[in-house]
Design a protein around this ligand. Structure first.
Ligand code: GRF
Length: 185
């Protein structure tokens, strides 16, 4: 299974996939890592000897052309799956249609609760006692699409957004690795 992984941030989910699946005889190869901005995730890919690409929205005249440029770059690596691992951009419907049923996203809540960019903050503000992480197929609607795997994580009384997000991310990393291993068969 050839993967292109997209990141925007610290890349700890990417690192888990590199460490858990990319080495040895695992039937998974990360053929490239892409990002929308310079970030730690790209540095992790470089350190692991994986090719990288950067497609920044600021270098394209509009959202549509940025989507097409990102799409072209991904297609050139001939992936079986595209993994959004902390990729903090919304792609358009033609992008999703270019990789039908083949884009996987990880999200830090138990979808369909708390979609969007502030899932951890929103769960904390709502006062839920259990939240978690979801790995799902990407469809044109944001944070929707068939669920591939979920894990529950408790919210503790003194949690801040950061402490809760760290607890979620610990569970989320294993979840993503397991879900991709399952997809790889
Ligand atoms: C993850 O919790 C992801 O679901 C969210 O941002 C975080 C990314 O973490 N959208 P990292 O960059 O993989 O460390």
């Amino acid at each position: 299974m050839r993967l292109v992984v997209l990141v925007s941030g610290s890349g700890t989910n990417l690192q888990a996939v590199i460490d858990g699946l990319h080495l040895g005889d695992a039937p998974v190869e990360i053929v490239a890592v892409g990002a929308d901005r310079p970030c730690e995730g790209l540095r992790r890919a470089e350190a692991a000897g994986i090719g990288t690409f950067l497609v920044a929205p600021s270098e394209h005249p509009d959202r549509e052309r940025w989507n097409r440029a990102l799409e072209r770059e991904i297609v050139s690596h001939r992936p079986d799956r595209v993994v959004f691992a902390g990729f903090m951009r919304i792609v358009d419907a033609p992008f999703v249609a270019a990789f039908p049923g083949r884009i996987v996203n990880t999200h830090p809540s138990l979808l369909p609760s708390f979609p969007g960019a502030h899932a951890v903050r929103d769960a904390l503000a709502y006062g839920v006692r259990i939240t978690g992480a979801t790995v799902h197929e990407v469809v044109a609607d944001v944070d929707a699409g068939p669920i591939l795997a979920q894990v529950a994580v408790p919210v503790l009384p003194d949690d801040t957004e950061d402490t809760l997000h760290e607890r979620i991310k610990t569970a989320e990393r294993s979840l993503l690795v397991e879900a991709l291993a399952e997809l790889a068969g």
